[in-house]
Design a protein around this ligand. Structure first.
Ligand code: SAH
Length: 219
């Protein structure tokens, strides 16, 4: 088997999945969903060669496509079922969106940059992903018209507990978000107790771009 930078995309993809497994992503459906997505279609031309590395990479508008291991761990932490409707905040490249779309019935995703949203929509269309509904807006607001959701995933870091988003969860829902002000945040999981309260768990430290207020002005 070829090794090094010239090995084929299939080999690199398989290696990435093996790495995720040893990093703690053990749920087979999640590993399969990640293996099924061509990550090179979600990164800028300049970084195509690095698409199968387990690292976050720059995308347009000063944002990043998340690290595959973190995508895997966050997706697994959501404890998804096929019938779920999931709200994602921070579409970015659409990579995490595509992984979710492979696992659940509907994904609703919100992004504050029109450019990123347009590019992500085009990619998902090209991949024939048909169960994603996307919207330009400030994710702090969630998507009240479509609430309640079975699951909510936040892929940019709110400074504090995302109250408005917790309000849009079903009573037994699960929300996963990186929460904190600095460059390193706590990955938190909130699990609904069915009576309107949430049990909060810390899953580890992560590095995400901040969840910014309002929509972006672009020139
Ligand atoms: N899941 C993405 C990660 C993107 S980085 C991927 O796999 O590519 C986080 C994204 O959150 C960025 O695109 C950023 O523009 C977006 N974001 C930040 N604040 C936001 C807000 N208030 N509302 C919606 N999106 C926001």
């Amino acid at each position: 088997m070829a090794d090094g930078p010239h090995e084929g995309a299939d080999t690199r993809r398989a290696k990435l999945v093996l790495g995720l497994r040893s990093g703690g992503v053990t749920e087979p459906s999640v590993l399969n969903a990640i293996e099924a997505i061509q990550r090179d279609l979600f990164v800028p031309e300049l970084f195509k060669e690095r698409a199968w590395e387990d690292s976050a990479l720059p995308i347009a508008c000063g944002q990043t496509i998340s690290q595959p291991l973190i995508v895997g761990l966050m997706t697994q932490a959501l404890q998804l079922k096929g019938r779920h409707r999931v709200l994602e905040i921070g579409t970015g490249s659409g990579y995490q969106t595509a992984v979710l779309a492979g696992l659940v019935r509907y994904v609703y995703t919100v992004e504050r940059y029109r450019t990123l949203l347009g590019e992500a929509e085009a990619r998902l269309k090209r991949l024939h992903v048909q169960n994603v509904i996307s919207r330009f807006g400030d994710g702090h607001e969630g998507w009240p018209e479509q609430a309640p959701f079975d699951r909510v995933l936040v892929t940019a870091a709110p400074a504090e507990e995302p109250r408005r988003l917790l309000e849009q969860l079903k009573p037994n829902g699960v929300l996963v978000a990186p929460v904190g002000r600095g460059p390193v945040q706590s990955l938190l999981r909130y699990v609904g107790d069915g009576k309107g309260a949430f049990v909060k768990e810390e899953l580890g430290e992560v590095r995400f771009v901040p969840l910014l207020s309002g929509v972006a002005r672009e020139s």
